[in-house]
Design a protein around this ligand. Structure first.
Ligand SMILES: Cc1cc2nc3c(=O)[nH]c(=O)nc-3n(C[C@H](O)[C@H](O)[C@H](O)COP(=O)(O)O)c2cc1C
Length: 219
């Protein structure tokens, strides 16, 4: 396969649609759930619930990665992870995070900024029990974000955990695993429009208890 040259990369452009974003419901969670449903039903979008999570660590270094949205409840967006991971360590020091849903096939993105907090152990356990056996064993096998000397080491850890809890048995939730709920203070809906005159409508509130205000921004 030949490499893409600079001209080819520069030429990558699409004009965006005529569908505008005139107004949104007063509750941003209603608006978000509607867009998530549409993204999920769109056959060009894989993993509509994948979101890019950015965190700030102790050295003021930003790090970013995809995680899966698994719940929208109690006024927040929940994902699950390893509580010893790099992202978890960052959140413990600075709970401010951003989430981005990049639904390019629909010429849309939703960007969220808010505060992440651990959910209760019982809530995490309830979700953990619904995961496939192999994912449950994977959670025991992975010391997520720690250096790994070889692929074999990971496979061995998986095999060890599989022996302990064979398929069909009840796998307990690892103590280092659970969910975070992100309570937003800003949620922006972006819809691509013609001539790069995109629509941006942002819900903002001064704190997590305050009332939402909706404003339109230049694209
Ligand atoms: C589509 C997609 C979904 C992912 N979902 C999760 C997830 O829900 N939880 C998770 O811990 N990692 C998930 N990952 C892996 C993370 O992106 C990341 O590699 C991992 O969590 C380690 O991140 P950290 O070292 O920054 O903590 C996903 C990756 C992709 C590409």
């Amino acid at each position: 396969m030949s490499e893409l040259d600079r001209e080819a990369i520069r030429a990558m452009r699409r004009s965006y649609g005529e569908v505008g974003l005139d107004s949104l419901p007063s509750d941003p969670f209603v608006a978000f759930s509607d867009w998530l449903k549409q993204a999920h039903e769109n056959s060009f979008i894989v993993e509509a619930n994948a979101m890019v999570l950015s965190t700030l660590d102790a050295g003021e270094q930003i790090s970013t990665r995809a995680v899966l949205l698994k719940d929208i409840s109690e006024g927040g967006f929940t994902f699950f992870t390893n509580y010893s991971s790099r992202k978890a360590q960052a959140i413990e020091l600075n709970s401010q995070v951003t989430l981005l849903f990049p639904w390019f096939a629909m010429e849309r993105q939703v960007s969220i900024s808010g505060f992440a907090e651990k959910i209760s152990e019982s809530e995490s356990a309830e979700y953990f029990a619904t995961r496939p056996w192999s994912s449950q064993i994977g959670a025991w096998a992975s010391a997520q974000s720690a250096p790994l000397s070889s692929r074999e080491e990971l496979e061995q850890r998986f095999a060890g955990a599989s022996e302990k809890w064979p398929e069909g048995s009840k796998v307990p939730m690892p103590p280092h695993w659970g969910g975070y709920r992100v309570t937003p203070i800003s949620i922006e809906f972006w819809q691509g429009r013609y001539s790069r005159l995109h629509d941006r409508l942002r819900y903002e509130r001064a704190n997590t208890e305050a009332k939402w205000e909706i404003s339109r921004y230049y694209p």
